[in-house]
Design a protein around this ligand. Sequence first.
Ligand SMILES: CC/C=C\C/C=C\C/C=C\C/C=C/C(=O)SCCNC(=O)CCNC(=O)[C@H](O)C(C)(C)COP(=O)(O)OP(=O)(O)OC[C@H]1O[C@@H](n2cnc3c(N)ncnc32)[C@H](O)[C@@H]1OP(=O)(O)O
Length: 264
Amino acid sequence: ATKMALRAGLRSKRGLTGVAVMRMQSPPVNSLNLELLTDICIALEKLEMDKSCRGLIITSNQPKVFSAGLDILEMYGKSPEHCGEFWKAVQEMWLKFYGSNLVTIAAINGSSPAGGCLMAMTCDYRIMADNPRYSIGLNETQLGIVAPFWFKDTLMNTVGHRTTEMALELGLLYSPAEALKIGMVDQLVPEDQVLTTATEAMTKWLAIPDHARQITKSMIRKPTIDKLMSNREDDVKNFVKFISKDSIQKSLGVYLEMLKKRKA
Ligand SMILES: CC/C=C\C/C=C\C/C=C\C/C=C/C(=O)SCCNC(=O)CCNC(=O)[C@H](O)C(C)(C)COP(=O)(O)OP(=O)(O)OC[C@H]1O[C@@H](n2cnc3c(N)ncnc32)[C@H](O)[C@@H]1OP(=O)(O)O
């Protein structure tokens, strides 16, 4: 049987129709592996084609974690072919979310490093649980790897040039309060109110006529999307070449060990 990695459904509670809630549920930490990325893309594609759907809230069913980012095990000790397939799925997820016609809101109910932060930043609006134990940011350099240009562009479009320099070069993970201050997230609320607040925010976004909002969104995001679209294959090649290096594989191995030791 295939594992359901997420649930998506149209809700009509409290008069909010046409809004899907996608809950990532890939234990233990919603790391984005090929299966979860594929499930997310298929679900989003279906919603995008469903004329009754206007908005999507993405959240996590796992305690304390929104998403741990890309699954390191998909990039560690794997063949170049596998790494290439994986990277195409990461690109696909980003392209679908960043270019979505739906109103997309991230209800960030836990930590969200690296690819998890990227996913949240593709959304139109971000609400995070106000818990100082949680963190969010693009921490790739701390793993000895380099966030590709479209991760960098997404961050720059969200928080600006100077903050991106600091955030990316140092691989900073921010507390919710810090993330709010730099504009990485838009709102903080107590943990048990993240989803209800996302629903309230959605009402505001849905009050705008879809066509006007969609054209405006596309006008702002299209240049960034086109940049990857016209470089997809080279980006895959660069990734495979980079990730296959012995030195990079070694860094990933050390990082994985560190994660395990930290737990012990
Ligand atoms: C020139 C440029 C060209 C091309 C580009 C090249 C390269 C760029 C490539 C990729 C970009 C990468 C993006 C990423 O997203 S990399 C992933 C980064 N993620 C992290 O650093 C997060 C690591 N995890 C954590 O910090 C914590 O797990 C977390 C805070 C999320 C949750 O903490 P908690 O205490 O609740 O759980 P843990 O006990 O730490 O973890 C449970 C279990 O899960 C394993 N784990 C955690 N995260 C990952 C992950 N991202 N991938 C795989 N596995 C993960 C962890 O080891 C534990 O495993 P086990 O001990 O076996 O139970």
